[in-house]
Ligand binder design. Structure first.
Ligand SMILES: [Zn+2]
Length: 374
């Protein structure tokens, strides 16, 4: 063999060795990356929906809670999913409706979807139908009825597949009548006190720091802030001035703080007049009235005559700017447990008021809480 040939072979051998070395190095780094990813995944906090949070430490000693001044009640530290999930990770999905009844030839419907947190990095949705012979769904969440029957339409976060929400769909034949009215029943199950975003301090319930009073959650009989809280009072004063300056409207408080004893009297008189079932749709049982919080105002006229007035329209569009929400919005009776009350506003602070207003949801929907007498 000639020398140049040997040289060639030698250099080829060398090239092969280098190639092997490079391949092995690449393989090693791939393996290392894989191991790192697995380790990271297993040590990352498990992603759960808001409803599924399991509490580790819930109980706050009663003695301690009693020393918390009432005025600070709205500033209970938030225990949110941000603490357990990486920032920007989807932690929950809220829909504008959870049940729908359709005729087989009805137009498609589409629930509004809200991913939490608002600043989630990726809010892509994945839609699926449990039975495409009953109803189909496209990638945008448009639900089209096909044939009579029941199915579930599910939306999952593409970023966090552990988070999902579902719409129960019932399709009826053309001849069948749709059930009216829809069953008045909160779609949220009774909370089991294992959620760590719900705290009970001195008998008062807070969800993410917001005092919660509805048909499920009540206030102790002796909770008595003696009028509106200073923050509520101040915010309402600013709201009234704005209504006057910006729109020339006169808003005033028709009724605000109500004590437990007053509510006993009111509720009993409504029950005697209209019966218990009817009274429960517009009046709260003692302890379950938000008016006892000192953070609620009935504006101008507490009755259906106030609905759609210029004042009611302005209030609905603007009260969030001052930290209020219209607590019992239109078509939310299934969630709130109360018929539409355009006049009843609740102070929740400016941050929450803006978030809740922007979401288009009522408080119960926003926080995934029930409102149902046990
Ligand atoms: Zn009211």
């Amino acid at each position: 063999m000639s020398t140049p040939n040997r040289k060639k072979r030698k250099s080829r051998k060398k090239q092969k060795q280098i190639l092997h070395f490079l391949l092995l190095t690449a393989l090693f780094f791939c393996l290392l990356l894989g191991i790192l990813l697995i380790l990271r995944h297993s040590s990352a906090p498990e992603t759960r929906t808001v409803q599924e949070f399991v509490v580790e430490t819930e109980t706050i000693p009663e003695t301690e809670s009693e020393t918390i001044p009432e005025t600070e009640s709205e500033t209970v530290p938030e225990t949110t999913e941000e603490e357990t999930l990486p920032p920007g990770m989807v932690s929950g999905i809220t829909l504008s409706f959870y049940h729908v009844h359709l005729h087989e030839d009805d137009d498609p419907v589409m629930p509004r979807v809200f991913m939490q947190p608002e600043d989630a990095i990726d809010i892509s949705e994945i839609w699926s139908s449990s039975d495409e012979t009953v109803a189909i769904v496209d990638e945008n969440g448009t639900i089209t009825p096909e044939n009579p029957g029941n199915c579930t339409i599910c939306v999952t976060s593409a970023m966090n597949p552990a988070v999902s929400a579902a719409v129960m769909v019932t399709v009826y034949s053309k001849e069948e009548a749709l059930p009216v009215p829809e069953q008045i029943c909160s779609p949220f199950s009774e909370e089991d006190n294992t959620r760590n975003d719900i705290q009970v301090i001195g008998g008062i319930t807070y969800v993410q720091g917001v005092m919660l009073v509805n048909k499920t959650y009540s206030l102790p009989a002796d909770y008595h802030p003696d009028g509106l809280t200073p923050e509520t009072s101040e915010a309402f004063s600013a709201l009234r001035h704005a209504a006057s300056d910006e729109a020339g409207l006169r808003l005033f408080s028709e009724s605000d703080f109500r004590s437990y004893r007053t509510q006993v009297y009111l509720y009993e008189s409504y029950c005697n007049r209209d019966g218990k079932e009817a009274a429960d749709r517009f009046s709260a049982r003692p302890g379950h009235s938000e008016h006892q919080t000192g953070m609620v105002i009935d504006v101008n006229w507490a009755g259906d005559a106030f609905n759609d007035t210029e004042e009611a329209v302005w209030l609905e569009k603007n009260c969030w700017r001052f930290g209020f929400i219209v607590r019992f919005p239109r078509e939310k009776e299934a969630f709130t447990g109360y018929k539409y009350e355009s006049w009843h506003i609740r102070y929740v602070g400016e941050d929450w008021a803006k978030k809740i207003y922007d979401s288009g949801l009522c408080l119960e929907e926003y926080f995934h809480v029930s409102s149902r007498y046990s």
